[in-house]
Write a protein that binds this ligand. Structure first.
Ligand code: SAH
Length: 235
């Protein structure tokens, strides 16, 4: 299937066996990819479903649903303190490749900037492109940035972990197993979590965990955490 091009659509674009293409998607398929009558491509709804589709007279027709093998059996929410500069772009791209389900950007005590709404759109676009590139069936959702306290207090997920670079905490791989249906993992900014943040998180049921003995950069830590989680689920 790897040779076929992929596009992501909204479920509302499906009408029985046809797909109502947006002008941008038509442009992409016909002009950018230069697909013509009879050419096949993959349509993904970003929520786990894939179909094989065919172009006929500039319209897309669904031929058959496709089986997806690229998704993890666990839903992972990455709660990530916003790092400086464009670091978040790389986090969104890499964590999408690694299988993240949701990314929740948080404003922590040591995070200075509040991102603009264009940033959110940009991250969502990066997630969509990275999902297509890594042949995922699911496009992670980038949630609206919220304050650390809101994120912690509104968290509904049972299995909660907060990564802390210092202190004698158990390694992430010692506290998770491959039968958790969902989990949230929190990673701090360049300056780290404040003691108060760590306390609040622990009081709210977050288990502090280590990712190893070295201090990782804020951009590296989520990649390591996601790699460890995928290893536990896929090896
Ligand atoms: N400046 C801080 C480190 C911040 S690293 C200090 O010197 O302590 C940014 C974030 O990455 C941390 O808040 C933590 O969530 C995560 N992190 C980095 N290295 C880690 C490690 N070895 N174990 C667990 N979390 C780590």
């Amino acid at each position: 299937m790897s040779q076929l091009q992929r596009i992501t659509i909204n479920n509302s674009q499906i009408q029985e066996t046809s797909i109502i293409l947006t002008p941008q998607q038509k442009h992409y398929l016909l002009r950018v990819l230069r697909l013509g009558d009879g050419d096949k491509f993959i349509v993904m709804d970003g929520k786990g479903k894939w179909w094989l589709a065919q172009l006929t007279a500039e319209k897309a027709h669904i031929l058959e649903p496709l089986e997806v093998k690229t998704e993890l059996p666990v839903s992972i929410t990455l709660m990530m303190a916003l790092p400086k500069g464009n670091g978040f772009d790389d986090i969104v791209r890499c964590c999408t490749e690694l299988g993240v389900t949701y990314i929740l950007p948080v404003l922590s005590d040591r995070t200075l900037l509040k991102p603009s709404s264009q940033k959110l759109e940009r991250w969502q676009r990066i997630a969509t492109e990275a999902s297509e590139q890594s042949e995922r069936a699911f496009v992670p959702t980038i949630l609206e940035p919220v304050s650390f306290k809101t994120a912690i207090s509104e968290c509904q997920i049972n299995h909660r972990y907060i990564c802390e670079a210092r202190g004698e905490y158990p390694h992430l791989t010692k506290v998770i197993n491959n039968s958790l249906p969902e989990m949230i993992i929190a990673i701090g900014p360049e300056g780290g979590w404040t003691d108060t943040e760590l306390e609040i998180a622990i009081e709210s049921g977050f288990q502090p965990v280590s990712l190893g003995r070295r201090i990782l950069r804020a951009v590296t830590a989520p990649i390591v955490a996601l790699s460890l989680i995928t290893a536990i689920h896929e090896v």
